[in-house]
Design a protein around this ligand. Structure first.
Ligand code: OMP
Length: 270
């Protein structure tokens, strides 16, 4: 089963477009967990147990794991291994390079960690992304319009009167011909651009959309502009506002409540 099939199955089974971001952070973790032997693994397991019937995917940003130094890969692996096998895992590293180096990044993400999808940067061109696309069953999400406040600085630059983010969307459609396993990353904080991008790439490309919640993206516009005509293939990520809904003993229960609320809000606009 390829990524898109796995995503659509999970999305239909749980009736959801919500993706929970497992961006662990010592500063935000419930204090009582810090005395435990494996606080981050325990935290992630509790969040996964409390939300896995509400999500279409989980996203783990590698920055929040690598900062754990020698424990990083252990926490990352144990977390991924705890995610039910029918739910896609996006390992967000935004890393690619010359082919020879990119091959190692792709192998780490897809083989060592067994993730279903990765994130990469389009700036280095096709040969930096091809090693990821060789994994036919996996999906590679390419940054198109990021949620940063400064995204305009570069992504709005015009070439022959067309903004760069739109040229990237068109380019990714070309790259997608290689193995039909590309996706795009578009920030929820730019709903107008999201609409243009969905229109540019058509019905079949999955779009990963972070930026709701703490970053302030509109949920209604994200759903309306980011989904295809069947209300599918938008993966709407929320990290901090779900996993840190509470830092008491009841943190997993509160995360579940927040996830239910977001899932239902999203479905209202589908
Ligand atoms: P919250 O703002 O806490 O929901 O987290 C958003 C997550 O999405 C973080 O892991 C970010 O690094 C990531 N992200 C963005 O916020 N903006 C982008 O444009 C792209 C990403 C990403 O690739 O996931």
């Amino acid at each position: 089963m390829d990524f898109k099939q796995k995503l659509l199955r999970a999305s239909k089974k749980n009736n959801t477009l919500l993706c929970v971001g497992l961006d662990i952070d010592k500063e935000k973790l419930p204090r009582f967990l810090l005395d435990r032997k494996e606080p981050f693994v325990e935290f992630n397991k509790a969040i996964i147990d409390a939300t896995n019937d509400l999500v279409c995917a989980y996203k783990l940003n590698m920055a929040f794991y690598e900062i754990l130094a020698e424990k990083a890969y252990d926490v990352l692996k144990k977390t991924i291994d705890h995610i039910p096998k029918d739910i896609p895992v996006i390992l967000d590293g935004k890393r690619n390079d010359i082919t020879h180096t990119a091959e190692k990044y792709a192998k780490t993400i897809f083989e060592l960690f067994g993730a279903d999808a990765a994130t990469v940067n389009p700036y280095l061109g096709f040969d930096s992304i091809k090693p990821f696309l060789e994994y036919k069953e996996k999906c590679t999400f390419i940054l198109c319009r990021t949620s940063n406040p400064s995204a305009r600085e570069i992504q709005d630059l015009k070439i022959n009167s067309k903004p760069l983010y739109q040229i990237i969307a068109e380019k990714v459609m070309e790259w997608n011909e290689y193995n039909s396993n590309c996706g795009l990353v578009v920030g929820a904080t730019y709903p107008t651009e999201l609409k243009i991008i969905r229109e540019t790439v058509g019905e079949d490309l999955p779009i990963l959309i972070p930026g709701i919640g703490k970053q302030g993206g509109s949920l209604e516009k994200t759903v309306k502009n980011g989904t295809n005509s069947e209300g599918e293939l938008a993966i709407i990520n929320s990290s901090r506002s779900i996993i840190y809904a509470s830092n008491n003993e009841n943190f997993a229960k509160e995360a579940r409540k927040k996830a239910i609320f977001l899932k239902e809000e999203i479905n209202r606009y589908r």
